[in-house]
Design a protein. Structure first.
Length: 110
């Protein structure tokens, strides 16, 4: 007996089939539609985005001063300033402390 075979796509597209709960079907369809839209890479939208600018922005959004953040993560104020200006690297452990204090994923600071 012959089986139907599929020809591989050559147009750079991928076919995806998923089985999801009925109540989530619309959300999945919206997510797929959004993914199919043309995207602009983040580095083009935010060319100056560095871990330091992310830190400064997150701190500002939460209304914290450098001193308040330093106290929350048990660090010195000059260290916060140097991290924001890109003069001091943000290590993984520091990123985790910042993420916890600022209520965001620590990987944003790496």
């Amino acid at each position: 007996m012959l089986e139907l075979t599929r020809k591989p796509r050559t147009d750079g597209m991928v076919e995806i089939m998923a089985v999801v709960p009925q109540e989530r079907g619309d959300a999945v369809a919206r997510a797929i539609a959004e993914a199919a839209e043309p995207n602009i890479p983040a580095d083009l939208v935010f060319p100056e985005s560095t871990p330091g600018t992310v830190l400064r922005g997150a701190r500002g959004l939460r209304g914290l001063t450098q001193a308040m953040l330093a106290a929350a993560i048990d660090a010195h104020v000059p260290n916060i300033s140097e991290m924001e200006r890109g003069l001091r690297p943000i290590g993984k452990e520091m990123a985790k402390r910042l993420g916890k204090a600022l209520d965001m994923p620590y990987k944003a600071f790496l």
